[in-house]
Design a protein. Structure first.
Length: 158
């Protein structure tokens, strides 16, 4: 008689799930860090015009956006179909641009204020007269560093 018994085909051991919570929290942390929340809800149509020479903005945290375009279809019954200016999450009159830019400038670190850029995100159907009026208001606010948001493509003559 032997002292040790041979085990008869005990099978494969169960998979350890001890590290599963670590993996889940690591994935959760990854997605929380890399996800960018939308800052502004667009109230205007914004199909950007095409351009051939495009340069990316370096520091997006120093960019203030001014949206110009026709109101979205769901808003046209209340605000009309004429192109409007949108600052943050609301429509604005031209006279409200200067105080908006001054407020945005004061929110930026004083050393980086000269690097502040105003990006005009205009719909391709907007007339240049409204864009010129916006530019005049930006000059009054001493926001002289401008950028026009476009998409890459061939420009067709009109």
């Amino acid at each position: 008689m032997s002292k040790f018994k041979k085990s008869s085909g005990g099978g494969t051991p169960a998979i350890s799930t001890a590290s599963l919570p670590d993996i889940v929290f690591m994935l959760l942390f990854f997605f929380m860090v890399t996800t960018v929340m939308r800052e502004v809800t667009l109230l205007v149509e914004n199909k950007k015009p095409m351009a051939t020479e495009i340069k990316k903005l370096e520091k997006k945290n120093l960019v203030t956006y001014v949206y110009i375009g026709k109101p979205k279809k769901r808003l046209q019954a209340t605000v009309g179909k004429e192109p409007r200016v949108q600052l943050n999450d609301s429509f604005a009159r031209l006279a409200e641009i200067k105080p908006f830019i001054i407020e945005e400038r004061t929110a930026i670190n004083e050393a980086e204020r000269p690097l502040m850029t105003v990006s005009i995100k205009s719909d391709e159907e907007v007339k240049m007269g409204l864009i010129s009026d916006v530019k005049q208001e930006l000059r009054k606010a001493e926001a002289l560093k401008l950028n026009y948001s476009t998409r890459k493509g061939e420009v067709t003559g009109s």
